[in-house]
Design a protein around this ligand. Structure first.
Ligand code: C2E
Ligand code: CA
Ligand code: CA
Ligand code: CA
Length: 278
């Protein structure tokens, strides 16, 4: 039994080592990657399902590592957050996404751009002056910018969060609650926060029309958003059945593989062609 115990321990410690090594590797490589510009932003369209028109895009960061290939954001964003590297990386995302939005506005496409904020970025006292200066420099219409936050980012220090939201809104941007329904916020809190948009999480959308519970929850979130006069966007929409269910429940702005995966700016013209053909 003793030998077995030792083997088991050995096994776990190897696994822990592998995880710790990967973390360390990513942390080190992140520092290099920021300097070497290994990141690019992909944009995923948000489409009005009634007209097939693109109404906005979500900016989603991609890391193309020279030897490891694509490292997904779910792997490196939490490490960037824990190490504080997210502040520099997040500032880069804001700058890039605003330049993109400004280019679109110049082409007469005044689309919304949704940008994910991390917890640390949101709490940072420099966020508001940084965003103000980026808006000024890039000349992006502030009303085009939607900042995506999660419920948990608002729930820690509620008063501080409300104050930060008001300062952001003074710049003219909109606030979106990402992954809505997966956190622990209550409706009474939601009413206190100056937010504009709810994003129905993919976990509720993905099993429509097979899971009646998910359909109830999705319909309830949409109805509640309407009562609170919030806009609602459904994410992770992959099928026509899901588009139709959402339409029948008064949610018309959808984002997901049904219309398009996140794509680089260079593929936008192909996207427009594809949407025209539908
Ligand atoms: P998120 O904000 O919830 O982004 C939506 C994720 O769902 C994206 O994954 C997107 O590619 C994926 N997705 C979109 N449509 C579909 C669909 O129809 N089916 C499926 N299965 N997936 C779909 P991605 O790009 O890997 O990003 C993962 C997460 O990483 C994001 O989740 C967000 O939390 C974080 N993230 C990405 N970019 C940034 C960034 O610039 N800053 C920060 N702070 N976080 C980011
Ligand atoms: Ca998001
Ligand atoms: Ca989301
Ligand atoms: Ca998510």
């Amino acid at each position: 039994a003793k030998a077995k115990g030792r083997n088991t321990y050995h096994f776990y410690s190897q696994e822990l080592n592998a995880a710790a090594n990967e973390r360390l590797f990513i942390e080190n490589e992140l520092r290099v990657a920021i300097k070497a510009k290994q990141f690019i932003i992909y944009y995923q369209p948000q489409v009005d399902s009634r007209t097939q028109q693109v109404v906005g895009y979500e900016a989603l960061i991609r890391w193309f590592h020279p030897t490891e290939g694509m490292i997904p954001p779910t792997k490196f964003i939490p490490i960037a957050e824990a190490t504080g590297l997210i502040v520099e990386l997040g500032a880069w995302v804001l700058q890039e996404a605003c330049e993109f939005a400004a280019r679109l506005a110049m082409q007469g496409r005044e689309n919304n751009i949704s940008i994910n904020l991390s917890a640390r970025q949101f709490k940072d006292a420099k966020l508001v002056p940084l965003l103000a200066s980026i808006i000024k420099k890039t000349k992006v219409p502030a009303k085009c910018l939607h900042l995506e936050l999660t419920e948990s980012m608002l729930m820690g220090n509620v008063e501080a969060a409300i104050s930060q939201l008001h300062q952001l809104k003074t710049l003219g941007v909109s606030i979106s609650i990402d992954d809505f329904g997966t956190g622990y916020s209550s409706l009474s809190y939601l009413k206190r926060f100056p937010v504009d948009i709810l994003k129905v999480d993919r976990s509720f959308v993905k099993d429509i029309p097979d899971d009646p519970n998910d359909m109830e929850i999705t319909a309830a979130i949409i109805a509640m958003a309407q009562k609170l006069k919030l806009n609602v966007v459904a994410e992770g929409v992959e099928t026509i059945e899901q588009v139709e269910f959402l339409q029948n429940n008064n949610c018309f702005i959808v984002q997901g593989y049904y219309y398009s995966a996140p794509i680089p700016e260079s593929e936008l013209s192909n996207l427009f062609e594809k949407l025209n053909e539908r």
